[in-house]
Design a protein around this ligand. Structure first.
Ligand code: GTR
Length: 319
């Protein structure tokens, strides 16, 4: 019956295929807006045959669990921070190293080149196809008791990190204790005193509500790791060539959309944080030499062979 009405209205009688997309950010975050934008483009490009069912706010899985599901083929699509893949993809360990990229433009050029291809092929070997990268700005530390102004301020602090060996080692080298907590549980961890600090970009800091508990944001900008949109190889293989093309093209469009919106989302989040009375410590007010000196020691641990060294040098040569 529904089909008959649909054809009377000149619409396709076929039901759109839903692709479930797992997202840990809450409604209203720029990443959710980007996925909603992608959905409108996908509807038009696939002529209604494909649509994303966006499950935001970590309602399906935390990022580590979502990644496992993508690899197993039990989840269609996930938007993850690339650092989450670092336990499985050697190239991502390198990309997570602090102060690797000179700027976000530098990062985009690197991802568009050979190194991006290496990440894609490592992901494919694990059962995932990368559809797009999204901006994630730079990550900085935020704390509950006092701002980070120098290396000494890390002493005794329990800092929440993503499930990434690089980040865990970074905190240890800085003199703190890393605590791995899924993104959706950070608020709770702050409230029950399990952690004294965390690190993220400013739109995530504000939209997650962490700015209400951790009132000191220190803009040291220690890493620049992008977001990634991945589809399970199993779902990918089940799509028609036309649907693959529609999905890929709308993902690219969504990344372009996001790149235009990102700077504004940072400005807005910063303004919101200031309005809410957060103490912002600028990079110029932080004794960066001490912090960078320790962070760079991570390179000696993670750049272990000539190939890795050549990769890092090649990244540095990219304009
Ligand atoms: C955010 C990112 C999330 C998640 C989060 C975290 O910047 O968008 O996907 O990785 O960081 O720190 O867990």
């Amino acid at each position: 019956m529904v089909g008959a009405f649909a054809s009377l209205a000149g619409m396709s009688t076929a039901h759109a295929r839903d692709l479930v997309l797992a997202e840990v950010q809450p409604q209203g975050h720029i990443l959710v807006q980007t996925e909603e934008f992608m959905n409108t483009r996908l509807a038009s490009r696939s002529k209604g045959s494909l649509q994303l069912q966006i499950k935001q706010g970590g309602q399906l899985c935390n990022e580590a669990a979502c990644w496992e599901k993508i690899k197993a083929g039990s989840l269609d699509v996930a938007r993850l921070n690339l650092a989450v893949l670092s336990n499985d993809l050697p190239a991502v360990k390198l990309v997570s190293l602090p102060y690797l990229f000179r700027s976000r433009d530098h990062m985009w050029h690197v991802l568009a080149g050979d190194f991006g291809k290496r990440i894609n092929s490592e992901a494919e070997k694990k059962g995932a196809v990368i559809l797009a990268y999204y901006d994630s700005g730079t990550r900085s530390f935020y704390t509950t008791k006092q701002p980070i102004r120098s290396l000494a301020d890390f002493s005794g602090l329990r800092i929440r990190v993503q499930d990434s060996p690089v980040y865990q080692d970074l905190i240890k080298m800085l003199g703190g204790t890393p605590v791995v907590v899924p993104y959706e549980k950070i608020d709770e961890a702050f409230r029950n005193g399990q952690i004294d600090g965390a690190e993220n970009n400013i739109p995530s800091y504000v939209s997650s509500g962490h700015s209400k508990t951790a009132r000191y944001f220190s803009r040291d900008e220690h890493s620049t790791v992008p977001e990634v949109l991945v589809i399970s190889a199993k779902t990918w293989a089940s799509l028609s060539p036309a649907d693959k093309q529609a999905l890929q093209a709308s993902a690219v469009e969504s990344a372009e959309y996001m790149q235009k919106q990102w700077a504004n989302s940072e400005v807005q989040a910063l303004a919101q944080a200031r309005k809410d009375g957060v103490t912002i410590t600028e990079k110029s007010q932080i004794a960066m030499t001490g912090i960078e000196g320790f962070a760079v020691k991570l390179y000696t641990k993670y750049v272990t062979n000539a190939d890795d060294l050549n990769t890092i040098l090649a990244i540095q040569r990219v304009k």
